[in-house]
Design a protein around this ligand. Sequence first.
Ligand SMILES: Nc1ncnc2c1ncn2[C@@H]1O[C@H](COP(=O)(O)OP(=O)(O)OP(=O)(O)O)[C@@H](O)[C@H]1O
Length: 247
Amino acid sequence: MTAQQSSSLRLDNVTVKFGGLTVLNRLSVEFGAAPISSLIGPNGAGKTTVFNVFSGLVKPTEGRVLFQGRDITGASPVSIARMGIIRKFQVPTVFPGLSVGDNLKVAARAPRQRHEPGDGDGWAIDDVTDLLQLSGKKQRPAAELSHGERQWLEIGMAFLGRPKFLLLDEPAAGLGPDESEHTARLIKEISAHCAAVVIEHDMSFIRSLGGHIIVLHQGAVLRQGTMEDIEDDAVVRDIYLGRNTHA
Ligand SMILES: Nc1ncnc2c1ncn2[C@@H]1O[C@H](COP(=O)(O)OP(=O)(O)OP(=O)(O)O)[C@@H](O)[C@H]1O
């Protein structure tokens, strides 16, 4: 069994309310059975809130968050990251004044997590730089990187944090077709070592990732399955695919 197959990250009947607004509505959803899962849905469906709940930034009004079967509801963002649930935000947060190589070194030296060693352990900086296709820029300051290259660097930094779950918030936003393709390839490679969960609006990117797709609508699961299942679904097409994709 690989690391990601033994991992499970789950919301059990989770409701999140902000004042009078119900953003997640008794949502039960599980990630980790597939190496890559994508969370899609119209604007305001609650996708980012799901990530905020997983990463401890938002506490559910009701319901539980379960990681490997353990109740982690209300755990702090730091302790959640130490468990191996690592999030990459949409805006890259690299150290612009440090070189690409030094950024990766800083990420690799972050305090070791308390979870058992996974497949992501023991990666050499050079191997990760190769994987990111940034070997030629290893000595260059991160400030000089393009938007796409910064995204890849940050994905590499998150990976060196030895995630069991890597949560990626719109990793293809603002990327051209070739950059998107490289990002999808990178996520697929990484998903051999940890489970990846991706929020994305770009359906051609989701298609190239493959994996399990969950469609969120008004804070609940509308449908889930493969891209074929989702594309063939008339309700999904009407609510989401027909009017809100870049495909
Ligand atoms: N901290 C907050 N306080 C009040 N309302 C919030 C808060 N966070 C999110 N919301 C609201 O909750 C709803 C769902 O937001 P969320 O960001 O989770 O949706 P989303 O599916 O990620 O949308 P998008 O695709 O536009 O990023 C929105 O109406 C948003 O305005």
